[in-house]
Design a protein around this ligand. Structure first.
Ligand SMILES: C[S@@+](CC[C@H](N)C(=O)[O-])C[C@H]1O[C@@H](n2cnc3c(N)ncnc32)[C@H](O)[C@@H]1O
Length: 295
């Protein structure tokens, strides 16, 4: 009796990978460059095998022809690493600098609104950490209309975020008073409390498109911009700048910085944390006057 032939692995040529890379950059603006080559080819191969497709050509036909298949592949290629209070210094800056400044600037506003955007919120740990800090630090919070907008391109991550249920280990470094105030204990983890959950509006959004988000007091975009080309990053930063109120803040991840930008962000250093502020009108006018008088 002849032995069963070994199943042949699907063919995934370099040219297929290149086409998939181009497709993802065109549709979702995500750049899968050489630094993530291994991650990329392994994930695509896994997808191909799971779908039992014979080769990369079939995979391309499938993802080009169906947005469901495309999104399923995209989900595999996204990095969703995140955690509660990921960089504690950032939340200290929110508490000690950003919120007090917004409070002072808007003291006579009616209604008094506070709008913060977590752009690339992944599974929700970031917007919930923002909500917890705001609840803790904003004076006379009941006099404010607070909205935290949390967006991501990954529908799977958003579903997790909206559910607001996390395993115990996710909260292990959180202050016990925060856990008690904002979560209910369940058999297998913790569930975010409704009053904290209600502060956040979750929405599916591709940052490469130009969605209207209204004016904001603060934008968190941590560990997301690194996935875009230089040109795309500039376009997105321009939109962030335009969406910020004068005096509004912009927060990046720990190892990310802004440089060589055509728009004017002020850099504010607090301990080992750097955040950025859009100048308030008077400061902007002064800066322009200086430029004009130098012409
Ligand atoms: C590494 S996580 C960062 C999560 C969180 N901001 C943090 O720092 O902990 C990057 C997130 O950006 C999202 N993302 C990537 N490309 C995106 C795009 N074009 N539009 C919106 N979100 C995107 C991913 O789905 C992922 O959830």
């Amino acid at each position: 009796m002849k032995p069963n032939p070994m199943p042949t692995p699907p063919v995934l040529a370099e040219s297929h990978l290149d086409e998939i890379r181009t497709l993802i950059e065109q549709r979702s603006a995500i750049l899968l460059d050489a630094s993530r080559e291994r991650f990329f080819s392994t994930r695509v191969r896994e997808f191909l095998e799971e779908k039992e497709l014979p080769d990369g050509g079939e995979l391309l036909r499938s993802v080009r022809g169906s947005s469901i298949e495309y999104e399923e592949l995209l989900e595999r290629l996204l990095t969703q690493e995140t955690s509660f209070f990921r960089y504690p210094a950032v939340y200290e800056a929110l508490q000690k600098k950003i919120l007090p400044e917004v409070q002072e600037r808007k003291v006579w506003h009616n209604p008094r609104t506070l709008r913060i955007w977590s752009a690339g919120c992944s599974t929700g740990e970031e917007p919930y950490s923002i909500a917890i800090t705001v609840t803790d630090s904003l004076k006379f919070a009941e006099a404010w209309e607070i909205e935290i907008l949390a967006t991501d391109i990954s529908r799977r991550a958003l579903r997790h975020a909206e559910r607001g249920h996390y395993p115990k280990r996710s909260l292990q470094y959180m202050e016990p008073r925060h856990v008690d105030a904002h979560f209910e204990s369940t058999k297998v983890g913790y569930q975010i409390r409704q009053r904290t959950r209600r502060m956040i509006s979750f929405a599916h959004m591709n940052l490469a498109e130009a969605p209207y988000v209204g004016k904001l007091d603060c934008i968190f975009c941590m560990n997301v911009l690194m996935y875009f080309s230089e040109e795309r990053r500039l376009q997105i930063l321009r939109r962030f700048y335009d969406a910020l109120e004068p005096g509004g803040f912009f927060v990046l991840g720990h190892s990310e910085t802004l440089s060589n930008l055509p728009m004017k962000f002020e850099s504010v250093v607090l301990g080992d944390c750097r955040i950025y502020r859009k100048p308030v009108a008077a400061e902007l006018n002064r800066a322009l006057a200086v430029v004009e008088s130098g012409l």
